[in-house]
Design a protein around this ligand. Structure first.
Ligand code: KG4
Ligand code: ZN
Length: 363
């Protein structure tokens, strides 16, 4: 990663194709304010709904016809054009390699043609910082310093992770899932209940009609001393519950709603307990929520309430709903911090890395 000078005013194009969303965004920085001026997301939900989950080869193919239209529309919606772009941010990993490559190769080709730099961004850093954008997609740069140290809870279909954010760019992973991610668990339980993909929003909808205390499903690793998570046993517990009762999951709508509510509650209980414990141990000023499961209302409300009760002085940041599931807007805003630190790469050095780890980049 090279370094270079960047002016205080900046227009950045970002691209995200790590899984099943094709997304492009434009971020403008002017007079100390960051403004996410467009964020186009083409979802592949209809494609993957037919197979009940992402098929990597199909996801990769589906990005190809969408990537250039997404970029074109992101530029149009922000009232700008390619020749005004100062640099291009792109998700370099982690993710599905064939999906990542579409975004990375497009970013490299544009950077080469326009003779501008690339900022490779870790997808997890995007989720981690997504809530900083604010509900109006703006943020005052001078406010960043007041937020740290912070605890970030990333909850998505691929990851469940607690991160200590000492400063932007200084990260320590406190714990993560040892098996299924929280979103993956919701998707699998949804499949058992015969609900469409992605399961998280479907479970939440069904849960609103059920009783969260109806069934006491296990809270895996709730009392473990570390900050790791485990959710694969929860899906198995649902399967055993249905087997033992001899019920078909589709036959009893009252029971389905109770299962959804009880599973949602079990996941929220574990996530909230561990986040609170970490926030207290590291005496943080802020808790940052990110990832697809961050859209879950029960999780948002429970964490908000518990933080207010237990750490009343803490701030709680929730991403705008458009920044929860995968999107280029969150990549653009994470990239801004790299740009400010002068961390740019020439296009030929940027590679997609499906196993990219979240690491500190500033000391
Ligand atoms: O961040 P994301 O788009 O993809 C990954 O990086 O993995 O997260 C997708 C996950 C899916 O598992 C989906 O079921 C879940 O987020 N999700 C939700 C909600 N909306 C999406 N889970 C619970 N409640 C929701 N409202
Ligand atoms: Zn994601």
């Amino acid at each position: 990663m090279g370094s270079g000078k960047i002016s205080e005013n900046l227009i950045l194009l970002a691209i995200e194709t790590s899984a099943d969303e094709t997304s492009a965004a434009v971020l403008k920085v002017r007079h100390g304010t960051i403004n996410l001026s467009s964020n186009i997301i083409y979802s592949q939900i209809l494609t993957h709904g037919k197979t009940g989950g992402i098929v990597p080869e199909m996801a990769a193919r589906a990005h190809i016809p969408k990537i250039l239209p997404a970029i074109k529309l992101a530029l149009e919606n922000s009232g700008t054009s390619l020749r005004n772009i100062d640099c291009i941010a792109v998700t370099a990993g982690p993710g599905l390699i064939t999906s990542l490559m579409t975004g990375v190769d497009t970013a490299k080709a544009l950077a080469f043609a326009l003779n501008i730099a690339v900022i490779p961004v870790n997808h997890l850093e995007g989720h981690l910082l997504s809530s900083l954008m604010g509900q109006n997609f703006q943020f005052q740069i001078s406010n960043f310093q007041k937020l740290f140290p912070a605890i970030g809870l990333i909850v998505s279909g691929g990851h469940t992770m607690l991160v200590l954010v000492k400063q932007i760019g200084r990260y320590k992973i406190l714990g993560q899932t040892v098996d299924d991610a929280a979103g993956e668990c919701l998707d699998k339980v949804a499949k058992i209940l015969g609900l469409p993909y992605p399961g998280g929003p479907e479970i939440a909808k069904l849960a609103s009609r059920g009783h969260a205390t109806a069934i006491r499903f296990p809270r895996p690793m709730f009392n473990s001393k570390n900050y790791n998570f485990s959710f694969s046993g929860l899906k198995t517990a649902v399967l055993y519950f249905l087997r033992d009762r001899g019920e078909l999951p589709t036959s009893n709508s009252r029971l389905r709603a109770d299962i959804a509510a009880s599973v949602e509650q079990a996941i929220v209980d574990v996530l909230v307990a561990k986040t609170l414990r970490a926030a207290k141990e590291f005496k943080v000023k802020t808790v940052l929520l990110g990832g697809g499961v961050a859209a879950n209302q029960k999780l948002q409300q429970t964490l908000k309430r518990q933080l207010k009760l237990n750490i009343p002085h803490s701030k709680f940041y929730i991403p705008h709903s458009k920044l929860t599931t995968d999107n280029a807007g969150m990549i653009a805003q994470a990239a801004y911090h790299h740009a400010r630190a002068g961390r740019f790469a020439t296009f030929s050095k940027v590679q997609a890395d499906p196993n990219l780890k979240l690491r500190s980049w500033s000391l």
